[in-house]
Design a protein around this ligand. Structure first.
Ligand SMILES: [Zn+2]
Ligand SMILES: [Zn+2]
Length: 266
């Protein structure tokens, strides 16, 4: 159950989301919400990413999940559907997972931007200057493990190790949230009406879109506090009002100017 269910949540949510956002790109239904107006990733680039991600999911993710099951079982993960935790416990645990992932991802990501590591590892992910959902997992295998997988599992492992058992349903909900966040962050669309943007203060695609076009800031995933604390925030201008479909609010270059960095290098 653990292996099948966890793989289905991670892989199923990812490809369903990629399919949906690719449809948005192809049909241009939401072009008014594009952060980089009229800019779309090339088909060739998307296909190349799909091939690499499938390899990562088959040869890295599935074996990693196989290895993590005995560890979770040993640490006391709750697999019983008749012993569901209360809603507030689930919500609090997911919030803790988000904070832990955000912290670890910030540092892993920032370290991958060190020149030597960037050139050898993280540059692959940054081939997408105009991100689209599939870019979320397009990465070097080391980055896939150290930045995209371990920080996500660190919270559930830690809580179990500290004697606060995590229910398998909570783990699946958390993984679902994390996949949605990274798809959204790379989608290229700023859907301000999307309710998680209001719940999570750093969420939304603009900060990470700016990271892909400017490279040198906005390293965190969910929140802004680590970027603020370490002066690595790229100023992101939010839309003043809901855009009118079919009418981009500004020309492409002006829009990119709005993403200009104010970061002090540290
Ligand atoms: Zn980066
Ligand atoms: Zn990215």
């Amino acid at each position: 159950m653990f292996w099948g269910g966890t793989s289905a949540v991670l892989i199923g949510t990812f490809w369903f989301g990629v399919g949906l956002y690719t449809l948005f790109d192809k049909k241009k239904w939401f072009s008014a919400y594009k952060i980089q107006p009229n800019r779309y990733a090339a088909d060739k680039q998307v296909k190349k990413a799909a091939r690499l991600i499938l390899k990562h999911q088959i040869f890295l993710l599935l074996p990693l999940l196989l290895l993590s099951y005995p560890l979770f079982a040993k640490l006391g993960m709750n697999f019983s559907w008749s012993e569901m935790p209360e809603l507030w416990v689930i919500a609090l645990q997911v919030l803790v997972f988000m904070l832990i992932e955000d912290f670890l991802f910030y540092w892993a990501h920032r370290i991958f931007h060190r020149p030597a590591l960037y050139k050898k590892i993280h540059k692959i992910h940054h081939e997408f200057v105009t991100p689209t959902a599939i870019a979320a997992l397009y990465a070097h295998p080391l980055e896939f493990i150290l930045a995209n997988s371990l920080p996500v599992m660190a919270g559930p492992f830690l809580l179990c190790a500290l004697g606060m058992p995590v229910h398998i349903g909570t783990l699946w909900l958390w993984l679902f949230v994390r996949v949605l966040e990274t798809l959204d962050g790379h989608s290229g669309y700023d859907f301000r009406f999307w309710f998680p943007h209001k719940l999570v203060y750093g969420a939304g695609a603009r900060p990470h879109d700016a990271h892909h076009s400017k490279f040198n800031g906005n390293f965190a995933s969910f929140f802004h506090h680590w970027d603020r604390l370490h002066s690595s925030t790229l100023e992101v201008k939010a839309r003043a009002s809901r855009p009118q479909p079919g009418k981009p609010t500004s020309a492409p270059d002006k829009e990119l100017e709005a993403l200009a960095p104010s970061m002090k290098r540290s």
